[in-house]
Design a protein around this ligand. Structure first.
Ligand code: SAH
Length: 346
């Protein structure tokens, strides 16, 4: 059984032809799914009743439930989206001037084990299928028109490459939700084969790479993935990506007080980043996580010093604010808290 939300627009026509159905039905299907945003084939009233029943039986629309919706003081909304096997993921909606950005998850939990990340602190349960990733988008869409997607929720997108790319291609499709590729950002912790594959896709998605440390020793201590793909391999793949696609890479750098926030770190970071033509840096203050009380958010002065060093070294840098702090916005925190509550109440 194939889920309706995993089928790319151009894939409907052969499906219909196999069943002796006329090609114009594909447009009706797509209109129902991605203009009317039906959640049940019964609501696709342009289609004949017996055909709706066929679709229901062979291409069901993924069932999901918004288990919890939490709004923080700054307007950020965090949804916990549950699927039929009882697993759930987080998606965050972030309003800003002229934008409505959705942060989506690609896995339940995460296997990468970055020291400062709540999502990875309990390992990975499973990857999401493409239709489940689309379901997150549908859950978010109910709150307003999404203008941007960042794949920065739970999970490592390149550890679930095929399903993630299928979902993003579908959301990007002109006859689908039609969200522009340049409004979709994929963030990886540094899975080099994923970066290489993305370079060959011929698609304009934005790429972010989580760096968080300027040398192998520190990076391996924070991000186990660095032992498999150390900085030379990672930055080499990033430079090749930029060369092949002419797309600018953004490096994410989460600043942790007393860990990676020294002037020497900033200077070393600038040298590393300059190995990738035109690359930019986003500096993010750490969001505190429960499992690592020793990791603290740096003060404002440290953030500004770090920014200043990078700028003086001709690296284009943005200071990012954490949003939705009071809604457990650090990636993976809401799901973890819920798991803990469920455990506590038996
Ligand atoms: N696996 C992907 C995408 C998910 S995480 C990746 O690693 O890029 C999205 C971003 O949030 C990453 O840059 C990640 O390192 C960062 N992050 C995770 N936990 C954080 C925390 N507690 N504070 C600040 N940033 C965090």
């Amino acid at each position: 059984m194939t889920k309706a939300w995993s089928i790319l627009p151009e894939e409907w026509k052969p499906i219909l032809a196999e069943r002796g159905l006329r090609p114009f039905r594909a447009d009706q299907i797509l209109h129902s799914l991605y203009r009317d945003y039906i959640s049940n084939w019964d609501d696709a009233t342009t289609l004949p009743k017996d055909f709706r029943e066929t679709l229901q039986a062979e291409f069901p629309i993924t069932a999901f439930e918004v288990i919890e919706a939490k709004e923080s003081a700054d307007g950020t909304k965090k949804l916990l989206v549950g699927f039929s096997d009882g697993q759930c993921v987080e998606t965050v909606l972030i309003p800003a001037a002229g934008r409505f950005t959705q942060c989506i998850s690609t896995q339940v939990g995460c296997a990468m084990g970055c020291a400062f990340c709540a999502s990875g602190s309990a390992g990975v349960v499973r990857s999401l299928s493409a239709d489940e990733i689309v379901a997150e988008y549908m859950a978010g869409r109910a709150y307003g028109e999404i203008t941007n997607i960042v794949v920065m929720g739970m999970g490592e997108p390149f550890a679930n490459y095929d399903e993630t790319l299928r979902a993003l291609r579908l959301i990007n499709a002109g006859k689908g939700p039609n969200l522009g590729a340049r409004h979709i950002t994929i963030s990886t912790c540094g899975v080099v084969p994923g970066i290489e594959r993305l370079a060959s896709e011929g698609i304009q998605f934005e790429l972010s790479v989580s760096l968080h440390a300027p040398d192998d020793e520190l990076r391996s201590s924070l991000m186990p993935v660095n032992r498999k793909w150390p900085l030379d391999a990672l930055l080499g793949a990033c430079a090749a990506y930029t060369k092949a696609t002419k797309r600018v890479i953004t490096f994410e750098y989460t600043v942790i007080a007393g860990v990676n926030d020294s002037r020497a770190c900033a200077e070393a970071l600038a040298r590393q980043v300059r190995r990738v033509p035109q690359a930019k840096v986003n500096l993010i203050p750490l969001s505190p996580v429960r499992h690592r009380p020793d990791f603290k958010t740096p003060d404002e002065r440290t953030m500004l010093m770090f920014l200043d060093v990078l700028m003086k070294n001709r690296v284009q840098t943005m200071l990012r604010r954490s949003r939705g702090k009071d809604a457990d916005a650090a990636c993976g925190q809401l799901r973890l808290r819920r798991l803990q509550e469920i455990e506590a109440t038996g």
